[in-house]
Design a protein around this ligand. Sequence first.
Ligand code: F6P
Length: 328
Amino acid sequence: MEAKTIKKIGVLTSGGDSPGMNAAIRAVVRAGFYYDIEMYGIYRGYEGMISNDIKKLESKHITHVLERGGTFLKSARSAEFRTPEGRQIAYNNLKSHGIDALVVIGGDGSLTGAHLFYKEFGVPAIGLPGTIDNDLSGTDSTIGFDTACNTAIEAIDKIRDTATSHDRLFFVEVMGRDAGFIAINAGIGSAAAAILIPEKKMPIEHLVDKLRIRTKAKKASNIVIVAEGGKSGGATEIAALVSKHLPYYDIKVTILGHLQRGGSPSSYDRLLASKLGVSAIEGLLQGKYDVMAGLINNKVVYTPIKKAIVDDKSVDEDDFRVAKILST
Ligand code: F6P
């Protein structure tokens, strides 16, 4: 595709925030300045595009943000942007500022918005994968996933201390919407007794058998990681089912929840966000539209947004094999 002349670029974060979003915004804005582009911040994602909460960004806006969790541009899930009328208002507002291209940082819903906007109005748009869930194709890791796994592991380590002291069985629920990436990583990284994820069915009897074997082997503590989004429910529901089979266990449940979304980004997420932020601007200038910039084998890859959001990224089978070997 022939590159359009781009003088003003708008950047937004949308959907669930993730650690590293600030680092990504900073990289996008710095790279924009490097290429003599005027940069605009669109606040609260597509909500701000509709309410015209759009401001010209200067260097001072991106000072000391790289290391901060959350997103200084704020984030939202916009129902109005899902309607053609909402998108028309958003487009009119963009035009009123003379913004001629967009960088959208977010998960699949946010990238779908960028795709629609490009399709309907021809606004050059590029997406960056910003979600703790890691459920986007076209990148080995999404911005925030590594930090979320580290946060989960740190929390589980602490739970293990008390689990061991009291000989308790803990069910720890981690985020991921309907994907098990955080669960499998945090599970292997914290020596979990078992890991339950939505993509793979584990009959409750198997889990109970596994726990019985571990009890016989006199394992010091048992922590089961449960990804949210499973068909049989979350940690609370699984714990209730297991307690019927293993009444002698003192069972506790911890739901890690939104703490996995906060905190200063890890070095990996900072690097990823920085590389992809620069790639977003360079991609737009080279005429790469309606794509998501990702990192595969440490190389920047541009994948059509429609392909990146398809639900076909799966947890590595080998991770299961490793988890099984290490938990017996
Ligand atoms: O997509 C990120 C995520 O944190 C998911 O893991 C989780 O299911 C969801 O967002 C929670 O969304 P909210 O913050 O709107 O409750």
